[in-house]
Design a protein around this ligand. Structure first.
Ligand code: EPU
Length: 337
């Protein structure tokens, strides 16, 4: 059953908390709802708004926002070790992580406390603490708005990469994700290689699923602002990927600069945008109602009453400052509408 809203205020539906309106917003539960919508209403301008954690509205939206709200979860297969789970797009990502931890299933515990719906997870290929959604997602089920049919796309065909997928490119404006299938495991497989994770896990008594989840929730809470308190969209910028020679030149000047390898690419290096912004002197910077978060420079925040344009102005200023100091281009990971 779909539910249609007209002239709806989006303030409660975007984690930045900007006040913009949408002419129409439709909540859909199933493929049948979408088939009916695209047969009868045939929207020409539409955008999928999940939980609104990664979208910045800079103006009122004059098309149709489509929010999948299906929250089904079912185990499709369980051979005693490998468990395949199907979860619908409207399920909250962190509730899914909590569920898998309670069931004793390994695979997504490092992705605890990421604000996202399940449907948005493959689009962004959400990632944190050395894990990415693509490591567990085996199939993405979507509604093809051109063919009006449901498609099951396997992981290998999703073009997953760092904060990237086919859903941001070839299937943008075509696919509406209905559900994902994940492969989880009963055999313990702790992934503790990133930053402070091992220290925090050991402080809690060792690498159990619950300790890892608790450690990651605590690390995130200590660095990242709660969108319910301070509007934000998590990391505003992607970590930039630069040529190895660019990184080497910067490392001569800044030997302490964090850097990460890029999988399958020996001539490229990923830099930490948060570090670059911090070293450009902008951590905690505030301009009116918007600012750079004081504990994590990668996050832009709404101190109250900011418009999307205020955030964009700050974002441009931050990009220019990083470019000027380091010669490195950084760009938003947030979708700007
Ligand atoms: N750093 C600073 N100053 C800052 C921020 C970071 O010096 O203000 C340094 C840190 O000390 C560290 C490095 O930069 O050496 C990287 O920082 P951190 O480990 O906090 O992670 P990140 O690269 O800033 C990424 C993801 C986060 C994810 C964390 C943990 C992106 C764009 N962001 O941040 O994801 O939680 O790693 O894995 O890849 C998100 O996408 O919304 C998000 C929060």
């Amino acid at each position: 059953m779909k539910r249609i809203y007209h002239n709806i205020n989006l303030v409660e539906r975007n984690s930045f908390g900007v006040r913009q309106m949408a002419s129409t917003l439709v909540e859909v539960e199933s493929a049948d709802d979408l088939r009916q919508l695209f047969t009868e209403e045939r929207p020409t301008k539409w955008y999928v708004l999940g939980a609104g954690n990664n979208t910045l509205f800079t103006k009122d939206y004059d098309g149709m926002l489509i929010t999948p709200v299906g929250r089904g979860i079912e185990i499709l297969d369980d051979d005693g070790e490998r468990v395949v789970v199907r979860v619908e797009a409207g399920y909250d990502w962190d509730e899914l992580v909590a569920w898998s931890v309670e069931q004793g299933l390994w695979g997504i515990e490092n992705l605890s406390a990421i604000p996202s719906s399940v449907g948005a997870a493959p689009v962004q290929n959400i990632g944190a603490y050395g894990a990415e959604a693509k490591d567990a997602i085996t199939v993405v089920e979507y509604f093809d708005t051109n063919k009006l049919e449901v498609v099951r796309l396997e992981n290998k065909d999703c073009s997953f990469a760092y904060r990237e997928s086919v859903f941001k490119h070839e299937l943008k404006g075509v696919a509406i994700i209905l559900a994902v299938e994940l492969e989880l495991h009963r055999t313990a497989k702790p992934n503790l290689g990133y930053g402070d994770v091992i220290k925090e896990v050991e402080a809690r008594g060792g690498a159990t699923l619950k300790n890892i989840r608790d450690a990651i929730c605590a690390i995130r809470a200590s660095k990242l602002p709660d969108p319910k308190v301070l509007g934000n969209a998590g990391s505003f910028f992607k970590n930039p990927i630069v040529g190895a020679e660019v990184a080497e030149a910067l490392l001569k000047e800044y030997p302490e600069m964090p850097k990460y390898p890029v999988p399958n690419s020996s001539d490229k290096v990923k830099l930490a945008a948060g570090w670059l912004i911090d070293k450009a002197g902008l951590k905690g910077y505030r301009s009116g109602s918007v600012g750079v978060h004081e504990r994590q420079a990668l996050v832009l925040v709404n101190h109250g009453g900011a418009t999307g344009d205020d955030v964009i102005r700050l974002s441009k200023m931050v990009c220019d400052a990083v470019k000027e100091k380091f010669g490195v281009e950084i760009s938003p990971e947030v979708n700007i509408l």
